[in-house]
Every structure is written in structure tokens, then in C-alpha cells.
Design a protein around this ligand. Structure first.
Ligand code: 2HA
Ligand code: ZN
Length: 278
């Protein structure tokens, strides 16, 4: 099978293009990765080339759990707007070596580029989430959505504040991200430190906000990671509207007792510390 006929690759292209359509990927902003199943690799591996150089994932970063695994990853400096029309120039498939310290490109990025500058964040997040979910989570998605970014100039940069404010904006938010959202301190992008800090925060959350920058989401499928991003951003837009209209005064909201009732009826495990702190 040709690479571009693979269902996994087609979903990758579809979701990347949806992110572009949402306006979350100005210029070369954002990046996405998907850990392939062995069946998905088998279908298309006849197209892979194993002649490339092994490259370091990052200084003192390794993912031994993923030795021999394949990931679909967007390219550094590539534009999401081009992924649909120029897929083989815009993303690649990488293989992790047997030590988990190096990768090499086996398909794509035909013009000789590198995988995303946020590769450390991606691989460390995959590692944490895959371990935490018994291998179910396969996706890491980073974008620059406008309204979530706006809130990082207004709300205290605390996980409990963002979680509670976003939960209160739509009943479904609590069901989509019952563990809440994490908020990091502002950090320099594209470096090992932000990758390590994000990976650590992903032990507790499926989404981590990078203040004045964007969001990193993880999920079982591309649709789910996109869906969590979309839900957070929609709630953030609604909160910005409330702040604009009333200066933040809510005449009604979802109460701690309401959240407890949802958790009971939907059988959700959630962090009830967020119900009492804001
Ligand atoms: O330019 O989004 O965080 C890619 C990025 C870096
Ligand atoms: Zn970014």
C-alpha cells in the first residue's frame, strides 16, 4: 500500500488540515505526532528507507519504551496549511532506535528537513501517556489557539483556576477533561526543559497550557486529541466573551454540587480539589 493510502496517514492529514482551518496554525506554528500500530506499519513499510542517519532525540532525553517504534510527525518549520496538498514535504515517519535515544526518518520530508522542533515534548508526552493508559494514547497535538492564549494574559497562571473556569463554561467540558488542564510557567519553546516539564505535567492531565503560546493535548486518537483542543478553545472563547460583556460577573454558573452530580451519573473520576479552589 502507498503511504498516502494508509488510514492512519489520511487521518493525520485530515486532522492537521482541520487545525489549519480553525486558525490555530499561523505560519509554521504547531506540531502533531501519532504513534503507529504494528499493523499500520506493516501495511506501508515497503515504502520506508532505512539509509538515513540516526539523530539524537535531544540532550539526555530518551524513550526506551519506544525502541523500534514508528511515529508520524510534522516537520520543523513546515506550514500546516500545506500538509494536505504537499504531505510528503510537510511531515515524516520516524523510527526510534533500539536504545530509545535516537531516531531516523524513514519516509517523507523529501526536501531534507527535520521533524518538529518540539520533538522532545512529543516523545516524552507519548511516553508518559502511553504508560499511564496501557498503550492506548497515541497522539500528541500542539497548536496556538487564540482565546486560550488571551486567557493566559488575564487569569492567574494556575491549573486549578484554568480548570475550574473552563469547566464552568460548558457542562460537557467536565466530561471531556475530568482531570482538568495543567498550566505551566512561561518557558522558552523548542527546548528540552519545556519538553520535560510538559511530560511531567501530562502525568495528571490530557492538556497542558503553555502561557502566551498555546496548548499541548494528548489522546487515544487524532480525533480525540483534536476534540479536547477544540473543547478547551471553545470554552476559552466563551469565557473571553463573558469577560467582555459583564467584566467577568456570572449571573449563574455550574456549581460544585452540579459537578458532583455529573461525576456520579457519568461515573467520572475527577480531581475534586478543583471544586473548592479557584
Ligand atoms: O513553530 O509551535 O512551539 C512550532 C511551534 C513551536
Ligand atoms: Zn508552539
Amino acid at each position: 500500500m502507498k503511504v498516502l493510502e494508509s488510514k492512519a496517514v489520511r487521518s493525520f492529514i485530515k486532522v492537521a488540515d482541520m487545525g489549519w482551518q480553525m486558525g490555530w496554525h499561523e505560519i509554521n506554528g504547531g506540531n502533531m505526532s501519532y504513534r503507529m500500530t504494528s499493523e499500520e506499519v506493516k501495511e506501508i513499510e515497503e515504502n520506508f528507507s532505512h539509509d538515513g542517519e540516526w539523530e539524537d532525540i535531544g540532550t539526555s532525553v530518551s524513550v526506551p519504551d519506544f525502541a523500534g517504534y514508528y511515529f508520524i510527525v510534522t516537520g520543523s518549520g513546515k506550514y500546516f496549511q500545506n500538509i494536505k496538498d504537499y504531505p510528503s514535504e510537510s511531515f515524516c515517519i520516524i523510527k526510534i532506535d533500539k536504545t530509545g535515544e535516537k531516531y531516523r526518518i524513514v519516509w517523507g520530508l523529501t526536501k531534507g528537513d527535520r521533524p518538529t522542533s518540539e520533538l522532545t515534548t512529543h516523545l516524552l508526552t507519548h511516553s508518559v501517556k502511553s504508560r499511564a493508559t496501557g498503550g492506548k494514547y497515541r497522539v500528541v497535538y500542539h497548536s496556538h489557539p487564540k482565546y486560550t492564549n488571551i486567557l493566559t494574559y488575564i487569569l492567574p497562571l494556575k491549573s486549578e483556576v484554568f480548570t475550574r473556569e473552563l469547566w464552568e463554561m460548558m457542562t460537557e467540558c467536565f466530561i471531556v477533561f475530568p482531570n482538568g488542564v495543567g498550566v505551566l510557567d512561561w518557558m522558552v519553546p523548542c527546548c528540552a526543559e519545556i519538553g520535560i516539564a510538559t511530560g511531567k505535567m501530562m502525568e495528571c492531565y490530557d492538556a497542558v497550557i503553555w502561557p502566551h503560546h498555546g496548548i499541548v493535548c494528548s489522546g487515544e486518537t487524532l480525533d480525540m486529541a483534536f476534540g479536547v483542543m477544540h473543547t478547551i478553545e471553545k470554552a476559552a472563547e466563551m469565557l473571553v466573551n463573558v469577560l467582555q460583556i459583564t467584566g467577568g460577573k456570572k449571573n449563574h454558573t455550574i456549581t460544585p454540587d452540579n459537578f458532583k452530580k455529573i461525576a456520579q451519573d457519568f461515573n467520572l473520576n475527577f480531581s475534586d480539589e478543583f471544586l473548592y479552589k479557584k
